[in-house]
Design a protein around this ligand. Structure first.
Ligand code: HEC
Length: 460
């Protein structure tokens, strides 16, 4: 026997083994247990929300928690209803993706089908620490909290407030992350906020903490800055260094080293619009913001741009008629190279479908995002895995479908009635917005990793 023959013979044996074992594995599933196989999946992918104080209605921490809902858990994972992630992963992928792999889904299924065995106790992973409501595990450098809890009346009505949280630091700071922490997730519905620097002479405490929006009120800089007395002695408005938002499901905003925003020495964290959903009983909320300072100076300030559909004239009332399904389009031509970090599609309850892509000067299409079943309850600032270069001369397209018929189970009006477009109150109107977080392009940006940065979150 020569060496070559021997090797061929060995290869045959190995191939035989592989064949034999894979056949065995299919016919007699290896015993899948909770402590050994299922707990690591559930504790990483479900428990960050399914725990006491989490966003979800029940905990998925112990064997008992999961075993008593076993077939339900199998169903929601197989249908990919949970963990919630609305972007189509076959269209484009993201750094903050919350998805189970096909193998993980199968592990859960095998476990349920083999009668939910508990497995050896000593194999049970230690429970992660969920000390706070924050998704970011690192300790924040600055925590700003509403001075007093705001009381939401138990009258089943929507409430919108504008709330001021003043702060003073030793010097201007550079920040690399920010996370809004809703105080009471049962009622906090959405938030948009700003960081505003003020002049030295401004007295930050000489105005009420908040005002409540009346029916026809809308966000108005002159009114709001005047109300909180934020103008300088010579009449200059405060300077915005950052604006952002929180919606159910959104991840914290995290930037790579050297990218971020300024937190001026003296200013306010101004919650421009805090929407509380209706509640039949009195509730209270005291929300906070966590800010993470950057060790490296932030030399690239993150930019936000929000776009709305073509042909929308905000001086006119734009209406989606009752009993219609309509499609809106937008296109944005780029005059400069840019690096895209995050993308955030936004619609309200009539929204059904959203897609965005760029057509490059070469004629190639660059897919950005597709959401096949829009769900108002799960929105996200989708973060690309690496900075995405979109070259000058490209056009970014987006399309969105709205269903104002009875067939839309989320339609807030039954029978359907005309709905205004772009009036800003989510229970009464509709919106199509596409927000980009971006930077002017620099050489090498496409290699900057946005998936494995400095952060540690509950999900990894
Ligand atoms: C980002 C937070 C989050 C994550 C991660 C998450 N869930 Fe949920 N889950 C929720 C919320 C919130 C609800 C309630 C949704 C509702 O009432 O519409 C929910 C509901 C459920 C339900 C009930 C569904 C129903 O129709 O009532 C099941 C079962 C469930 N989750 C299982 C899981 C499992 C299993 C995982 C992990 C594989 C998981 N969830 C991950 C937030 C989350």
């Amino acid at each position: 026997m020569d060496a070559l023959y021997l090797r061929r013979a060995m290869n045959k044996v190995i191939a035989g083994f592989i064949l034999y074992f894979s056949f065995c594995a299919d016919a007699f599933p290896q015993s899948v247990t909770f402590s050994e196989h299922v707990a690591p999946i559930v504790l990483t992918h479900c428990a960050p929300c399914h725990r006491p104080d989490g966003t979800a209605p029940f905990s998925l921490l112990s064997y008992k928690d999961v075993a008593k809902r076993a077939s339900f858990v199998q169903h929601v994972t197989e249908t990919r209803f949970m963990p919630p992630w609305k972007a189509n992963p076959h269209y484009s992928t993201f750094a903050n993706e919350k998805l189970l792999s096909d193998d993980e889904i199968k592990t859960i299924k095998d476990w349920v089908q083999s009668g939910t065995p508990a497995g050896p106790t000593e194999a049970m992973p230690t429970l992660p620490e969920f000390a706070s409501n924050a998704q970011l595990k690192q300790k924040p450098d600055l925590v700003l909290t509403m001075r007093e809890p705001f009381v939401i009346k138990g009258n089943n009505e929507e409430t919108y407030i504008c709330y001021k949280i003043p702060y003073e630091l030793h010097s201007d700071m550079d920040a690399k992350a920010i996370e809004f922490i809703p105080g009471n997730r049962k009622v906090v519905h959405h938030v948009s906020y700003q960081i505003l620097g003020v002049a030295d002479e401004v007295d930050l405490y000489n105005s009420p903490d908040y005002f409540i929006f009346e029916d026809e009120d809308y966000i108005d800089d002159a009114h709001d800055y005047g109300f909180f007395k934020l103008y300088s002695a010579d009449g200059k408005p405060p300077v915005e260094t950052y604006h952002d938002g929180w919606l159910p499901g959104t991840s914290p905003h995290i930037y790579p080293e050297g990218v971020g925003f300024k937190v001026p020495k003296k200013g306010v964290f101004l919650i421009r619009n805090l929407h509380y959903g209706p509640s039949p009983i009195e509730q209270s909320d005291q929300s906070s913001i966590h800010i993470y300072f950057s060790e490296k100076p932030v030399e690239r300030t993150i930019l936000f741009s929000t776009f709305r559909p073509n042909g929308i004239d905000l001086t006119q009332d734009n209406i989606i008629s009752a009993d219609t399904v309509v499609k809106y389009h937008m296109n944005i031509k780029l005059n400069n190279d840019l690096s895209l970090l995050n993308i955030n599609p936004h619609m309200h309850l009539l929204g059904k479908y959203f897609k965005s892509y760029a057509v490059l000067p070469t004629g190639d299409t660059l897919r950005l995002i597709e959401i096949k079943e829009w769900d108002f309850n799960w929105q996200e600032f989708y973060r690309f895995k690496k900075m995405l270069k979109i070259p000058k001369g490209s056009t970014i397209y987006a399309e969105a479908i709205f269903d104002n018929t009875r067939d839309n189970p989320n339609n807030p009006q039954n029978p359907p009635a005309p709905v205004y477009f772009e009036r800003g109150m989510e229970d009464k109107d509709e919106m199509m917005r596409l927000t980009f977080l971006y930077l002017p392009y620099r050489n090498g940006d496409e290699d900057i990793d946005l998936e494995n940065m400095w952060e540690k979150t509950l999900f990894k």
